[in-house]
Design a protein around this ligand. Structure first.
Ligand code: AQP
Length: 321
């Protein structure tokens, strides 16, 4: 069984990416699973090419530094030729109406002066990511479930129209994934591309900066360290982060903490401890470009091999090879 997940290098990896996804991939990953840096997905809105290249490399190092097996990891653009070829076949299997009704497309294009065509067609590229290696399961949040549904529809349609080529994937909802919120604005989720970085903790940030960000975290005036997400979202977020680091429930994590100051210090300590080895291993890898290049090339080769046979069958069935 193959599970497939990705992280987009749209910014530096943040604590939510790590606790909600990357750490889980490292702990629960099976040998056939695939985890990739979706750098081609970061091109659907304005971006800087040099920055994207650097962020992709950093993200790859973070995935491996977090403990994911190097052989399960690759960078999407390293198999761009295969993916783009398959995407064209799938675009010709998909209808305009199907992509135009994607909620993410509607949200991201609303009010924009210009909209890149890639923003519209990116769910088809995502379908290629999933269908090329024959992923059986794709763990996704609600915001991506519609895209996996499209991949399923395209797989079924191709299989019945041209011949059996694709595994029809399942979307799976990850078990109680931590949803980490912005420390400065607990009403929104922590995100790597948030402009105001005071509420975003980055995986590679140094301990002093992490501590400072927690010290400034927004709480409330209730003055009680209790887990009440609706009434005290800022405090609840801190308790959820603490809980994700210690393995206790947020309620239990609150016990014995007398003040917001103490809570912030305790969470900062736990996060710094949680990220210490990840940071060290990632920085070691970034300091050894030859080793990172070697790992990247091996991952790319494996990913390309996984898709080779399927892509040949698809092209043959579609009448173009
Ligand atoms: N705040 C979060 N809490 C828990 N999980 C999170 N993830 C993202 N933010 C949080 C999970 O991280 C994985 C990779 O995310 P992604 O790069 O594919 O896309 P994203 O969800 O759009 O990530 P960001 O950080 O919010 O990026 P931007 O700012 O570019 O939109 C996913 O499994 C995601 O659920």
């Amino acid at each position: 069984m193959t599970r497939l997940s990705a992280v987009t290098p749209s910014g530096h990896a943040q604590l939510g990416n790590y606790l909600g996804a990357i750490r889980r991939w490292a702990c629960e990953g099976a040998p056939d699973d695939l985890y990739f840096v979706s750098d081609m997905h970061a091109m659907t809105t304005a971006y800087n090419p040099q920055r994207l290249r650097a962020l992709s490399r950093e993200m790859l190092a973070i995935l491996i530094g977090s403990g994911i097996k190097p052989e399960s990891v690759f960078v999407q653009s390293d198999i761009a030729a295969q993916l783009s070829t398959l995407s064209w076949v799938l675009e010709c299997t998909c209808t305009f109406g199907e992509v135009a009704r994607m909620i993410q497309f509607k949200e991201k294009s609303a009010g924009a002066k210009t909209v890149r065509l890639g923003l519209l067609t990116y769910p088809v590229l995502m379908a290629s990511d999933i269908l090329l290696p024959g992923a059986d399961e794709v763990p996704v949040g609600d915001d991506q479930a519609q895209h996996v549904e499209l991949a399923r529809a395209l797989a079924r349609r191709f299989n019945t129209t041209y011949g059996e080529a694709f595994v029809v994937p399942q979307a799976v909802t990850p078990k109680v994934a931590a949803r980490i919120r912005d420390l400065a604005d607990p009403d929104r989720k922590m995100a790597k591309s948030t402009r105001n970085e005071t509420g975003v903790v980055f995986v590679l940030e140094d301990a002093d900066m992490i501590r400072r960000k927690f010290q400034r975290a927004v709480t409330d005036t209730a003055g009680r360290v209790e887990y009440r997400p609706d009434e005290q979202p800022g405090v609840a977020n801190l308790l959820e982060i603490l809980s994700a680091c210690t393995g206790q429930s947020p309620k239990t994590a609150a016990e014995g903490i007398g003040s917001y100051r103490e809570l912030k210090e305790t969470v900062a300590d736990a996060v710094i401890e949680e990220l210490r080895d990840v940071r060290k291993r990632t920085q070691d890898l970034l300091a050894d470009p030859a080793e990172l290049d070697r790992i990247r090339a091996t991952g790319a080769e494996r990913a390309a091999q996984r898709g080779e046979h399927r892509l040949s069958s698809v092209l043959r069935l579609a009448g173009i090879a």
